[in-house]
Design a protein around this ligand. Structure first.
Ligand code: BGC
Length: 428
């Protein structure tokens, strides 16, 4: 095992909605309560990290880690439009201070998927007004945290809406193929399936009207993003970066992107190249002046001439159904470093598994890759494992366990897994 130098940012990440609990003014909370919700669980109290953050940060520090990436929840700071809550920003300042007391470097994320429900009522992530609202929220946060942090991620996985779009298109194609394979008339089969889907869509649309005042709420990553929406996300990032630099030029600013290790075989090059443009290259213009890029990677995706392939038959799959492929991280770092010239921080990388030995193996291989990149002179400044604790995995609920710390769902008792100590042992 090759350890990292003391100034390497080694830690773990969480996101407010997934761990804090009772994020009642957010769009996700509203979706979770709906009768036609696609969430298998409600976030509810989540991990009660809002009240227990000291215990959690202490566990991270005791394991030898030096970095904690967490998000500030916009829906808490501005639960109603223009009504900013001093006590909520104070809460996050307390968290930052507590990190520092424990020699932990806080990396703050301003937007990690959730938005205030009021923003969605105003058109959400397809509305021209959203970048300005995001800028105003960022200004409020910065005026309060001033020089207390050194690193800020503006938007988490800014490219997620684009990925959701291609996933939906793929899903539609698969449904059509399945209908065909089932031996039926494709049109009719589709017609029948579509009928059902449309019926459901109608109910969902009605409920959305009630909750968000629109049949198709533009929530950050539950809907396919249009090209215009994608431009708005970039604009929101640039506006937030400008405000941060105006109020404190010393803070290092970056965005985070969800990046697959895109590979290809047999005629798949063109599709793979296009995927990489959608996933990464077309953001370059918006991020080229950033101080760092947050690299987020979980697995690879392989393309042939027909598109994305299933994982190889002998592959080990994680709880998410992804191929166990920790080597992906090194490949992705090398690829982005060709075009992005700022620093690189791995802001998320991890595995959902109930076998902690497998997690240790994943971390060990992923960090070998990080070390290889550093040895070759690539500017990798940090690695945050996803996630510090088992948490609310969005629509898929609590069953998927990414954490270095287990959370008893009845008592919320924390139990560090051996992987926590293992990750901590990588720092000199
Ligand atoms: C997100 C996290 C999520 C993780 C695991 C990332 O896409 O930023 O919020 O929990 O992946 O699926």
């Amino acid at each position: 095992m090759k350890q990292f130098e003391k100034d390497f940012l080694l830690g773990a990440a969480t996101a407010a909605h997934q761990v804090e609990g009772n994020n009642i003014y957010s769009d996700y909370w509203a979706q979770e309560q709906m009768a036609h919700s696609s969430f298998v669980d409600k976030s509810g109290i989540a991990c009660d990290h809002y009240n227990r953050y000291k215990e959690d940060i202490k566990l991270l520090a005791d394991a030898g880690l030096n970095t904690y990436r967490f998000s500030i929840e916009w829906a808490r700071i501005e639960p109603e439009e223009g009504n900013f809550k001093q006590e909520e920003i104070n809460h996050y300042i307390d968290m930052i201070d507590y990190c520092k007391e424990n020699n932990i470097e806080p990396i703050i994320t301003l937007h990690h998927f959730t938005s205030p429900a009021w923003l969605i009522k105003k058109g959400g992530w397809e509305a021209d007004t959203t970048p300005d609202y995001f800028e105003r929220y960022t200004r409020y946060v910065l005026e309060h945290i001033k020089d207390k942090v050194n690193y800020i991620c503006t938007i988490n996985e800014a490219n997620m809406g684009i990925q959701v779009k291609s996933l939906m298109e793929r899903f539609k194609k698969q449904m059509m193929a399945q209908a065909k394979n089932a031996g039926g008339d494709n049109q009719v089969q589709m017609g029948l399936n579509m009928q059902k889907m449309l019926e459901n869509q109608k109910l969902v649309a009605l409920e959305n009207m009630e909750v968000f005042g629109t049949a198709s709420p533009q929530i950050f990553n539950s809907t396919a993003r249009s090209e215009h929406g994608d431009e708005l996300v970039k604009e929101a990032h640039k506006k937030a970066r400008a405000v941060i630099k105006e109020l404190n030029p010393n803070i290092k600013v970056g965005i985070t992107l969800s990046l697959h290790d895109i590979q290809y075989i047999d005629g798949g090059k063109d599709i793979a190249d296009k995927e990489w443009v959608d996933e990464f290259t077309h953001y370059l213009d918006a991020i080229k002046d950033d101080d760092f890029l947050g690299v987020q990677n979980y697995t690879r995706s392989v393309y042939d001439k027909n598109g994305i392939m299933s994982a190889p038959e002998n592959a080990t799959l994680t709880q998410m159904g992804y191929e166990f492929y920790p080597e992906a991280l090194e490949n992705v770092i090398r690829k982005v470093a060709k075009d992005f010239k700022g620093d690189l921080i791995v802001t998320e990388n991890g595995i959902a598994t109930d076998d902690d030995k497998q997690r240790v193996e994943f971390i060990s291989k992923a960090l070998d890759g990080v070390n290889n990149c550093i040895n070759d002179g690539l500017p990798v400044k940090g690695y945050c494992y996803w996630s510090l604790m088992d948490n609310f995995e969005w629509q898929k609920g609590f069953a998927l366990t990414f954490g270095l710390i287990a959370i008893d769902r009845e008592t919320l008792k924390r139990t560090p897994k051996p992987s926590l100590e293992y990750l901590g042992s990588y720092i000199k």
